[in-house]
Design a protein around this ligand. Structure first.
Ligand SMILES: Nc1ncnc2c1ncn2[C@@H]1O[C@H](COP(=O)(O)OP(=O)(O)OP(=O)(O)O)[C@@H](O)[C@H]1O
Ligand SMILES: [Mg+2]
Length: 255
């Protein structure tokens, strides 16, 4: 499926050859049989809470990259053909929190192996809407051991750039309502029982997640973006960093 998609796209020699590098995993061992894989593309992650503006930014970034001649693949959590239906089923049946973490990790592993890595090998710019950091943050606030979570996701590959849209929870509430007209049970942390009021629960839960992200920022090198700003200002900031990175990677490749 993906190879078909890949072969449909025109990959210019400029995008394809210049930035060849070895795959880098989050953990020491990673996926052993892939350890010598050569990556020709770039991997960009946009992280951020529910309704923080990830899709808005990804659409603008994708359009710009494609206009500049890059072939782009978009990916995100809960999108694997193999597992995504199982996740919906598991949520409905209230399976345990560790089991849920394993489901999400399996969904992500499927996409990593069958979509993300093949696209990066073929020279695409891969943009991921959320990544393991959301999975770790959500499970951490639900009391799952951080070391266990880090180990669980250590097979993930290191992105080249990770942007975190940092939005004030009170602003988030407005954006959620603008979009969905209601608060989601899990995105409000209602399963945590931190408040009987769903609005209060949402705010408290979002602050807990924010704290986890600020801890991960140092560990994983997330770039904090003030997501309270205007859509275009955020886009300019992200786009400048992406352009600088791609130009730098290209120069290294041609020297
Ligand atoms: N910087 C911003 N300022 C004000 N409103 C914004 C901003 N960015 C996005 N929005 C608005 O907030 C809402 C959510 O945006 P968007 O769908 O891009 O977020 P998301 O993070 O992809 O959400 P989801 O978690 O549901 O996928 C939309 O109505 C969008 O127009
Ligand atoms: Mg979205």
């Amino acid at each position: 499926m993906l190879s078909k998609k890949v072969s449909n796209k025109v990959i210019t020699s400029d995008n394809h050859k210049d930035i060849s590098k070895k795959i880098r995993f989050i953990g020491k061992t990673g996926i052993k049989y892939l350890k010598d894989t050569e990556i020709n593309g770039s991997f960009i992650v946009i992280e951020g809470p529910d309704a923080s503006g990830r899709s808005t930014q990804i659409q603008k970034i994708t359009e710009k990259l494609e206009a500049d001649g890059h072939a782009v693949v978009n990916t995100g959590l809960k999108r694997s053909d193999l597992i995504s239906k199982g996740i919906i089923e598991a949520k409905r049946n209230y399976v345990g929190r560790r089991t849920m973490a394993l489901y999400y990790a399996a969904d992500f592993a499927d996409q990593l192996e069958n979509k993300i890595i093949p696209a990066l090998k073929a020279g695409f710019v891969v943009i991921s809407d959320r990544y393991i950091y959301t999975l770790i943050a959500r499970s951490s606030v639900r009391g799952i051991d951080k070391n266990w979570l880090h180990q669980l996701h250590s097979f993930a590959i290191k992105p080249d750039l990770i942007f975190y849209l940092n939005v004030d929870p009170y602003n988030l509430i407005h954006r959620v309502f603008k979009k969905n007209k209601a608060l989601d049970y899990y995105e409000s942390g209602a399963d945590l029982g931190i408040s009987s009021d769903i609005f209060d629960s949402f705010i408290k839960y979002q602050y807990l997640l924010k704290k986890e992200f600020s801890i991960m920022q140092r560990k994983y090198g997330l770039i904090d973006i003030n997501g309270d700003k205007d859509i275009n200002d955020i886009y300019e900031e992200i786009q400048t960093k992406i352009s600088d990175f791609l130009n730098c990677a290209k120069n290294i490749g041609t020297n």
